[in-house]
Design a protein around this ligand. Sequence first.
Ligand SMILES: Nc1ncnc2c1ncn2[C@@H]1O[C@H](COP(=O)(O)OP(=O)(O)OP(=O)(O)O)[C@@H](O)[C@H]1O
Ligand SMILES: [Mg+2]
Length: 453
Amino acid sequence: MNKISIKIGVLFFLAIFLLECISMVFLHNNILHSRVHEELTSLQTRGNNHREILEASFHDETIRHIAMMEARTDIQVILTRPDGTIYMSSNRVTEDMKKIMKTVPKHVPHEGLILEDDWKNEAYIASISPVLVDQKITGYVYMFQNTQKIKELISGLNQHFLIAGLLSLLFMIIIIFTLTRYVTQPLIQISEATKRISKGEFSVSLPKLGKDEIGDLGESIKVLASDLEILKNERNEFLASISHELRTPLTYIKGYADIARRQETKGEDRDKYLGIIFEETGKLSKLVKDLFNLAKIDENTFSIEKEKVHLRPYFQSIIGKITPALKENQMDLVLECSDDLYLFLDPIRFEQVILNLIDNARKYSEANTKVRVEARNISGKVHIKIQDEGKGIPEEDLPRIFERFYRVDKSRTRALGGTGLGLAIVKQLVESHGGTIKVTSHPNIGTTFEIIL
Ligand SMILES: Nc1ncnc2c1ncn2[C@@H]1O[C@H](COP(=O)(O)OP(=O)(O)OP(=O)(O)O)[C@@H](O)[C@H]1O
Ligand SMILES: [Mg+2]
């Protein structure tokens, strides 16, 4: 048994027990009252019956007949004269009876009275019926019934109630036990599953928990666990990639620095090695900068400060920055953007998006090719296309190029200074602007990146 089952079980039990007690007491009192009432009225009716016979014929014969009728029952009939002296009794008159007979009120109605109804404390219950002949009271019919019988009846009733109470209590406990188990079982399974998840066991298996809120909770936890697992794996992969990426330039730097500092290294060679070291340090600092940017975007510690930007001059200024690099590769850039396009964006962050994409177009294209930058308003959204005539991206790599450190041709790309973070940053930045980015590519024809904002 676990804590929650006990808690729910006890609460259930107390509530139902209270309810049962109240209804039992109520029922018991009702039955008891009506049984006693029944006995009392039947006694009085019986007395009235005798009285009617007497009123019809008040003769010794009739009186003896009545006495004989009651002599064998547990009821005793006594007939008195108007002054109270006993005329006839079906049995011996006891002291208790005499005591009750003394309590007769002055005026007794014709339909009679209950003289004693205290079945609990007295030996008899009793009734009285006056006998009227020619409008004159000729006597009283007293009826007595031993309360022993009623007491037995009541104690039988109590016993039944006790048995019924105990039985329903037993059933109640069994039902509550099974019900609480049924209700709490899924919760316990969920709690155990979360404990396992927190220990790093992500492949939790929860049985079907039904279609209610608890079932939903179970489903959410499964999703959470698998998300956590993916996240953890991603993080591990990411860390592995980072250390790998850092190691390569560092090995170069260390190796060339070692050769460069040797006495026998010629000045000319030393310059070459120092050049390599400088280049590798450059790559390293770009890598670290990119990583830092990505981490900032991930943490959301980074805010996009949007402002209204006139697109044409904005693109022209970006293109101005990258043209020298393109010229070096003998490449041309064409801008196609009408003068009436405006966008809300963070100019500094978005410049990085465009620069990264144009830089890719430059890096992965041959000489004498063109890059087109195009912005258009299509049904209220601005579509920005960056199109090159480069070597393209194989179809199987397309879905993965936005992943961190993903490069199509690792060794060649690294030679070009690529770390595989550029597009990951582009995607994050576009998404934090509320936009989407798509890519289409045909090997040896070219690649097009399309941003929709
Ligand atoms: N325009 C393109 N043409 C052909 N291949 C591309 C193009 N853009 C990206 N790629 C491929 O996608 C990979 C990922 O690009 P991404 O910009 O993320 O990394 P990178 O250019 O290698 O490094 P970085 O941008 O960090 O310097 C590249 O290595 C390249 O193989
Ligand atoms: Mg790039």
